[in-house]
Design a protein around this ligand. Structure first.
Ligand code: MF3
Ligand code: CO
Length: 283
């Protein structure tokens, strides 16, 4: 998406400002998760996130966002259900028991953006859906952890693909990795250089160093990786109707390690388990 465009590194004060935006995102997603149950509409879930923005004195990164050849985005969340992968528009759809629901949310606070997403199965989960969601979350954390080890950004895509291939090798399902949508740099704009791929590529990408801030966001499906866009100009679905999951965090590379800006604990729990140091940028 951004080709060889310049990567704008952030300093400590800027990363701390982004942490404040990231915490608004974390709060909104926690409240939406708490409200997620059979019978709720996706518009009601969007309203929960909207309230958090108002309370925090923040604005939406998504509302009014201009896509390519699409109408301005009309909501503060993207809510994508079952075969919807990303960019589902909240509305009067009623969430049902067993639905796979992905919620993506971005906030802008004092000029800085945060962006994160989770997927959950509502109510009684089909074990195969639960495994998809769990594997996608694991791919996210593997991708994030790779930022601490790899010297090039391509290490993220390697780690996501390795996670998927390891599941397959150990006799699990063959998940599709969506290629058409990627992670991205983030800062004063929601989408900045560099592009963050979710698969192994020959191009190794820019160097990973302190001040790099990216949104890592793998999307996996229980079937093929091919997607299609609906008539509304936004909603992305799998072509084969298979269910999909999407997890995302905004992550800063700091002088001492990583800082997951949209995780309440900065990533301590998940990265600690992977042997990666969480280091807030304190100067
Ligand atoms: N959060 C999405 C991303 O991760 C973008 C949402 S599209 C928008 O890149 F129109 F809602 F902003
Ligand atoms: Co994003």
């Amino acid at each position: 998406m951004f080709g060889r465009a310049r990567v704008e590194l952030k300093d400590g004060a800027q990363v701390r400002a982004m942490r404040a935006a990231g915490l608004v995102v974390a709060e909104a997603l926690a409240e939406v998760r708490a409200a997620l149950r059979p019978g709720v509409t996706t518009a009601e879930l969007d309203a929960v996130a909207r309230d958090v923005l108002a309370r925090a004195g923040a604005t939406s990164s998504f509302l009014g966002y201009e896509g390519v050849g699409a109408p301005p985005y009309p909501a503060v969340t993207c809510i994508s259900v079952n075969d919807e992968v990303v960019h589902g528009i909240p509305g009067d759809r009623v969430v049902e028991d067993g639905d796979v629901v992905s919620v993506d949310f971005g906030a802008e606070l004092a000029g800085w953006h945060g962006d994160a997403a989770f997927t959950a199965v509502v109510g009684t989960a089909d074990p195969d859906d639960a495994a998809l969601v769990e594997t996608t979350e694991r791919a996210l954390w593997a991708g994030i952890a790779a930022l601490a080890r790899g010297d090039r950004l391509g290490a993220v895509g390697d780690a996501v693909q390795d996670t998927v291939e390891e599941v397959r090798r150990s006799g699990g399902p063959r998940y599709g990795i969506v290629h058409e949508y990627t992670g991205h740099g983030i800062g004063r704009a929601m989408h900045e250089a560099p592009t963050v791929l979710n698969y192994r590529a020959r191009e190794r990408g820019p160097r990973v160093r302190a001040g790099l801030v990216v949104a890592v966001e793998p999307m996996l499906t229980r079937g093929g990786a091919a997607t299609a866009e609906l008539e509304d100009g936004w909603t992305v679905v799998t072509q084969d109707g298979s269910r999909a999951a999407h997890w995302e965090h905004t992550v800063a590379v700091t002088p001492g390690g990583l800082w997951v800006l949209t995780a309440p604990d900065g990533g301590a729990e998940h990265l600690g388990a992977l042997g990666v140091t969480v280091a807030p940028w304190e100067d």
